[in-house]
Design a protein around this ligand. Structure first.
Ligand code: MEV
Length: 421
């Protein structure tokens, strides 16, 4: 039976009570629950094997966005992020579209491309030679990742492009690899390095770079969702959101911030599930400018009923096997909470969260602004930094919000006042 992720008042629970709900929903073990709540997931030895010169670790808040229904399935969404309001905003947007059927998604497949740069050659002859050697190149590449190949993935095609540059003409051979449920960077890079000698031999040129492209245009996730105008606050809000979208789509300064809001959602899920978030950022922003100008990753329009319909199309190269997802215990738990069965499913969830985030940001921006939503958590943070403890935190925050003065100095004064009583 499909469990419901629509939990009312989730935000009012204590972290322990929320964890109890998530444990039940996602069948977490005692050990997994303990790891989550300990906030000390990654062991020093594991961290020391992951990167160089390790001296410790850094922890981020790990929250759960509720209400998500994607292609008819309910999800609790793990999000790791330091910014207030993001988790609440995603949950709110998901609850609004839930009444209209939730998110509908698609995925193009997990194809990544490796680029092999060939210089000092006759580019036309070299291109023909590479096409002729295609089978040999694919065979060699497949040998680098027998498991992937046995699963039906692996290298699928080789194409070439000629670039005219200030360094002269160069040939770029591109190897297309189906990475299935892996993000694939390691496999793809190994393949690119392995086939380079064949490419040098057949072209007579010199191979320089052998590296995957993060612009994953063959790995696109799309999500669409409808939001009833009544839910959003009326026809004016719908029109305002469409105007806000056009602002972002036609102005790079606004578009960058608009897309940053989308990435708040995508990256938070990426961090909670152990993904290469720099790759996700690079791909998304580069894709946003593919048409020759930097554009919104989402689009918004009105349907015949006057409801708002949004969609997002974004490259999302993620994995559920290999990479840091297999080392970091928190990432494994994040994936278990989501219950995704493939990298494609994870990509579609992330695109939906990005769309939800964008809707929430635009609705707040055309309405009351974003500061009010931020204020409560911000005030509590300021209270803590001024030295408030336990019940004092909420007491100091409440006074600052009432006075509309959320400042460190005021928090100190209020604390002193509380102490004197
Ligand atoms: C803040 O992290 C994200 C927003 O700036 C996004 C936007 O402006 O659309 C609120």
């Amino acid at each position: 039976m499909n469990k419901s992720s629509a939990v009312s008042g989730f935000y009012k629970l204590s972290p322990q009570e929320r964890l109890r709900f998530v444990r039940e929903f996602s069948k977490l073990t005692d050990e997994e629950a303990k790891v989550l709540i300990s906030m000390q997931a990654l062991k020093l030895d594991d961290a020391n094997r992951m990167i160089e010169n390790v001296i410790g670790g850094i922890t981020l808040p790990f929250g759960i966005a509720t209400n998500f229904q994607i292609d008819g399935k309910d999800y609790l969404i793990p999000m790791a992020i330091e910014e207030p309001s993001v988790v609440a905003a995603a949950s709110k947007a998901a609850s609004m579209t839930r009444k209209k059927g939730g998110f509908k998604t698609a995925y193009t497949g997990s194809i990544m491309r490796a680029q092999i740069q060939v210089v000092e050659c006759d580019v036309r002859k070299a291109s023909k030679a590479i096409v002729k050697a295609k089978e040999e190149i694919l065979r060699k590449a497949a040998g680098q990742s027998p498991t992937l190949t046995s699963l039906g993935g692996g290298p699928k095609d080789v194409k070439t492009r000629v670039l005219k540059t200030p360094s002269g003409s160069m040939l770029i051979a591109e190897l297309y690899v189906d990475c299935k449920d892996a993000m694939g960077a390691n496999a793809v890079n190994s393949m690119a390095e392995a086939v380079a000698p064949i490419i040098e031999r057949v072209t007579g040129g010199t191979v320089l770079l052998r590296i995957l492209s993060n612009l994953a245009t063959e790995r696109l996730a799309t999500a669409t969702a409808t939001f009833a105008k009544g839910e959003l606050g009326g026809a004016e809000i719908v029109d305002g959101i469409i105007q806000a979208y056009h602002f972002a789509d036609f102005d790079q300064y606004r578009g960058t911030t608009h897309n940053k809001g989308i990435m708040n959602g995508i990256i938070a899920v990426g961090l909670a599930t152990g993904q290469d978030t720099r790759a996700l950022e690079a791909a998304a922003h580069s894709y946003a400018s593919m048409s020759g100008r930097y554009r919104s990753l989402t689009s918004w329009k009105k349907n015949r009923d006057g409801d708002l319909v949004g969609s997002i199309k974004v490259p999302i190269a993620v994995g559920i096997v290999g990479g840091s997802a297999s080392v970091n215990p928190i990432a494994k738990i994040g994936l278990k909470i989501l219950g995704v069965k493939s990298a494609g499913e994870l990509s579609k969830v992330m695109a939906s969260v990005g769309l939800a985030q964008n809707l929430a940001a635009l609705r707040a921006l055309v309405g009351e602004g974003i500061q009010k939503g931020h204020m409560k958590l911000h005030a509590r943070n300021i209270a803590v930094s001024a030295g408030a403890k336990g019940a004092e935190i909420d007491a100091v925050a409440r006074i600052m919000i009432k006075e509309k003065v959320v400042k460190f100095a005021r928090a100190k004064e209020i604390l002193e006042g509380l102490g004197r009583k």
